[in-house]
Design a protein around this ligand. Sequence first.
Ligand code: FRU
Length: 514
Amino acid sequence: MNAFNSYYIFLLIATFFFSCTHDTEPSVYNTNGEVYNSAYRPQIHFSSKYNWINDPNGLVYYDGEYHLFFQHNPFGSGWGYMSWGHAVSTDLIHWTQLNVALKPDTHGDIFSGSVVIDKNNTAGFGENAMIAIYTSAGSSQAQSIAFSTDRGRTFIKYRDNPVLKNPGKPDFRDPKVFWHELTQQWIMSLATGQTISFYRSPNLKEWTKLSEFGLGIGAHDGVWECPDLFPLTFEGKIKWVLLVSINPGAPNGGSGTQYFIGDFNGTTFTTDAISDPTWLDYGKDNYAGITWDNIPELDGRRIQIAWMNNWEYAGAIPTYSPGNNGSRSSMTLPRELSLGRNSQGHLFLRNKVVSEIERIASEWKTVTNENIENKKNFTLDLGNKKAYHIQLTTTLSKEQTLTLSLQNATGETSQAQINNVSERIYFYRNNSGNVSFSDLFTKMSFGPFSYNSDPVTLDLYIDQSSVEIIANDGALTLTNQVFPASIYDRISIQTNIGSVPVLVKLRTFDSIWK
Ligand code: FRU
């Protein structure tokens, strides 16, 4: 973000100030679960017990645990004093928050980055050392490393940081590193303004520039951030996917994530670029997502999680708990990324909720299975649950639209619409609940959805403050926050003309917080 540049001086002063006055942060070990019951608090999504979070960082699987580090201000509910918060999970669904892993130092704040497991001890910190590669954001941005030999519980910063100095660029951040088996070296993808630069290293300490990607390709209406390069196997071949977040410049305004599918030969990434830009998610609230490193081969999935917010209004959303230490922002549900082929024969990135969600799901119940004309209302039997899954299957003709409205007793409404006339799926949240904190929040979002006469399935994951729409098994997704006074516990289904066959199923989710 360019706004950061003017913020650096302030940050240096703030870092000094906070280190003098805020020597104790709220304890994440406090067993009082009350904070997870307050208004808007996500029940099936990760949010910090207290205070501000943004990008997921350092996603790595190691020794039975999925690690989720994240941009975090341990001292307040706004962006600042950027540190790495830390949580672990054994199933990607239930999270235990641990102590803050990395705090600002003389090199600056700790901006986004990644974590790898150094199986061959290339860096000399020990076999299987967990090594964080992050941006030190001081007077300029540079890359630093820190290591842990106790499963991420404590980190020691490398004495010769930074390991990759700034060559004079205002934006030089968010290193995502992986071990490239074929060329036996570490590869770093780094956001460098309007491009992604690739570097290589034998030991995570010395870095050599390989190439740069992106000039004249993709969306460029904002700064490029948080890259991630990884392979996916499809139809027996390996393709490489590059995720690039951009802010602003997303298709529906503000922050969004584009992707490129192509090849990487150990030096250069080239995109197949059938048409670009292509977007991971068309909602307003899916940003800075990266994928887990070191997932066991037997599992083989590429799993991603993103920050469920948008820099347009991130600092203004209602917090999930009251007081100075109000928790603000959450992550999306973890998503499995895979390749698919669309009706024009082009590859695309499919993105759907991981199957581990089953662990907290009840049995399915049918809400309705009938032909609907005009409009019909249904109440949802949620028991005392605050999160649920609606699955709607329908078949529409070229002239038809179907609108699914989610409502609560006070009439607050969010609407998802499959529109075959415009060949789009829309999400409206202008009357969804508390929208007064930002005019930009009320804007609808939409994504392209080519019409064909096959059945359409929408999976809606609804939590106290979000609606994630997954269309046709992840062919299109829209992730959006909403802040209703109480959970939507009724729905209506409406069509523009004629009658539509509709099957709606419901299952509820247990809270992930105890
Ligand atoms: C993306 C981002 C990153 C940066 C971090 C700072 O949201 O702007 O580029 O490292 O946030 O918190």
